[in-house]
Ligand binder design. Structure first.
Ligand code: NAP
Length: 287
């Protein structure tokens, strides 16, 4: 990547990711696939990694216009798969500039019926495995890093790790707990890895269309929109933009941050957006 002048603030240079190697776990669908597209369009070479061969093949077909994309079949919860992935990245690229820990899962059930296995699966996928993969790839990230151009880790958390979700009628105890843990892990790793010139940040999305949310949207889209001060779900570019910032020269001095991208839902405390009628009511003088 050609050295950018420190006073070159043009968006094309500030957010340029040419020649950067990025790994997106869970990059075969949903938010991960959109992020992979964004990184490719800004010049990065991208590896997407997830379990299902079918989903990977569909994603590769969708990304076929980009020469710098490859895929890896792995289950993030399996130590041997993580080690195979680290070995492959080392052998093919020698280092890794950007790790996006995006693979994730959810489980909804009433308190009395919430199974131990469901809770363990969510914590294992969304927390334990994210930590283990980060640890296993840290040497390759350090190999791509220097003080002026740190390597990056971006953890995909959730607004549900910032507040207690109120919209879904099916409780997701393990999911919120796992995402809160991932946010705090982000801060701990930022302190640990800063001296090795690696930034660690989290993005906490609100509702975006994906396989994970399809069922929820079928039943609760109106409630979700009413619960959001901006009155709608998020659009792909609104996640891709934040991730591109964190990955780019513009984001080099941001670390340990947890950035909500949720239209204000996590700070609205379930009160929904303020309607015009509500607004008038709150400004009426008492008689
Ligand atoms: N969509 C939203 O509204 C929303 C909101 C907040 C946070 N998020 C977070 O965003 C991330 C992506 O979710 P999404 O909404 O885009 O859902 P999605 O389309 O279901 O994507 C999940 C991805 O993770 C992969 N994955 C799941 N378990 C895995 C495992 N054990 N090993 C490797 N890969 C695994 C899946 O592929 P395979 O099944 O092939 O493995 C898939 O590519 C998740 O961390 C989620 O919690 C999403």
């Amino acid at each position: 990547m050609a050295e950018a002048s420190p006073r070159d603030f043009s968006a094309s240079r500030l957010f340029d990711l040419s020649d950067r190697t990025a790994l997106v776990t869970g990059g075969s669908s949903g938010i991960g696939l959109e992020m992979a597209k964004g990184l490719l369009q800004n010049g990065a070479r991208v590896i997407i990694a997830s379990r299902s061969r079918k989903k990977i093949d569909e994603a590769l077909a969708e990304l076929s216009g980009y020469p710098e994309v490859s895929a890896f079949e792995f289950d993030i919860t399996r130590a041997e798969d993580r080690q195979r992935l680290a070995a492959e990245v080392e052998q093919r690229f020698g280092s890794l500039y950007l790790l996006i820990n995006n693979a994730g899962t959810n489980w909804g059930a009433k308190l009395e019926e919430y199974p131990d296995a469901g809770f363990a699966k969510v914590m294992d996928t969304n927390v334990n495995a994210q930590f283990a993969l980060t640890r296993d790839l840290a040497p390759l990230l350090a190999a791509a890093a220097d003080a002026g151009a740190p390597a990056r880790i971006i953890n995909i958390g959730s607004m549900d790790g910032l507040h207690v979700p109120v919209v879904q009628r099916v409780p997701t105890f393990a999911y919120s707990a796992s995402k809160a843990a991932l946010h705090h892990l982000t801060r701990a790793l930022a302190v640990e890895l800063g001296p090795r010139h690696i930034t660690v940040n989290a993005v906490a999305p609100g509702f975006f269309a994906s396989r994970m949310t399809r069922h929820v949207f079928e039943q609760y889209l109106a409630d979700i929109e009413a619960d959001c001060p901006l009155g709608r779900i998020g659009q792909p570019e609104e996640i891709v933009g934040v991730v591109t910032y964190l990955a780019s020269r513009a984001g080099s001095y941001t670390t340990g941050a947890v950035i909500p991208v949720d239209g204000g839902t996590s700070i609205s405390k379930g009160r929904g957006s303020v309607s015009e009628a509500d607004r008038k009511r709150s400004f009426r003088r008492p008689d």
